[in-house]
Design a protein around this ligand. Structure first.
Ligand SMILES: Nc1ncnc2c1ncn2[C@@H]1O[C@H](COP(=O)(O)OP(=O)(O)O)[C@@H](O)[C@H]1O
Ligand SMILES: [Mg+2]
Length: 238
């Protein structure tokens, strides 16, 4: 018990230290731009001024996303959302709508040949699925189709629900496939794309909280497949 408490405290402290470190850079560049505007803004012509303001706007959106993700990460450690028996296809269809609104140029194809029920924290699970769907769109060229499959599998240790997300973007090199789940870790190609590097850490934490895992494979023919596996639950009869 004391050990677990110590672990939780250590993890919380690490998260706060990492967060402080990661917030420092975007805060500093935001302040540099604002200070520049205050002291030298009058010297800029209209185009440069607009460019600087657009940059500021983007930086503040990114900062807000980073803070939002940090809150998610801290919250899923401390607050226990009640678990419910839910239809995984329904939850995924809602997640597809949300991701589709974020990335209108990406088509999401949902394949769910049979109903799959899970015992899950709906809010946390949906955030995790949206995170995988967002990644599939944002690291791939526009106009691609992301294939989302939901299946149920019987193993010797019971029934499992598999939710897979397959994209057609650049294949993540094999030696990076574990590291992308570390918080704040992003590959070089992600520099030009907004994000905090916290999404997959949250997905992994959520999978573990549900007694499951998240794994990644290279998609044959190019791209990546992320598979979220959690125990399936018998449907409730009402
Ligand atoms: N579907 C994907 N295709 C290519 N690279 C990906 C994909 N998903 C994740 N990555 C890589 O893993 C990194 C970590 O992902 P994530 O934790 O969601 O952070 P973020 O989306 O904020 O960059 C990304 O920055 C990117 O480099
Ligand atoms: Mg992400």
């Amino acid at each position: 018990m004391l050990n677990r408490l110590g672990d939780a405290q250590r993890q919380q402290r690490e998260l706060i230290e990492d967060a402080a470190h990661e917030l420092r850079t975007p805060m500093a560049s935001l302040r540099t731009n604002v200070e520049f505007l205050i002291h030298a803004g009058y010297r800029l012509d209209k185009t440069d001024r607009t460019e600087l303001l657009t940059d500021l706007d983007r930086q503040s959106v990114e900062l807000a996303q980073l803070v939002g993700n940090l809150v998610d990460l801290a919250r899923s450690r401390t607050v226990d959302e009640p678990a419910k028996t839910i239809d995984l296809t329904e939850l995924t269809a809602e997640a597809v709508d949300l991701a589709g609104a974020h990335f209108p140029q990406t088509a999401y194809a949902l394949h769910a040949p049979q109903p799959v029920t899970v015992l899950a924290q709906p809010g946390a699970l949906q955030r995790a699925v949206v995170s995988l769907l967002d990644n599939a769109a944002k690291f791939s060229p526009a106009g691609q189709t992301v294939d989302v499959h939901i299946d149920q599998r019987t193993t010797s240790s019971g029934q499992y629900a598999d939710l897979s997300v397959a994209d057609q973007g650049p294949t993540i090199p094999a030696d990076q496939r574990e590291r992308i789940f570390q918080r704040f870790y992003r590959l070089d190609h992600a520099r030009s794309v907004p994000g905090s590097g916290l999404g997959l850490a949250i997905v992994q934490q959520t999978a573990a909280a549900h007694g499951g895992t998240v794994t990644i494979f290279a998609r044959p023919g190019g791209g990546n497949v992320f598979i979220l596996t959690i125990p399936a639950a018998p449907p409730t009869t009402t």
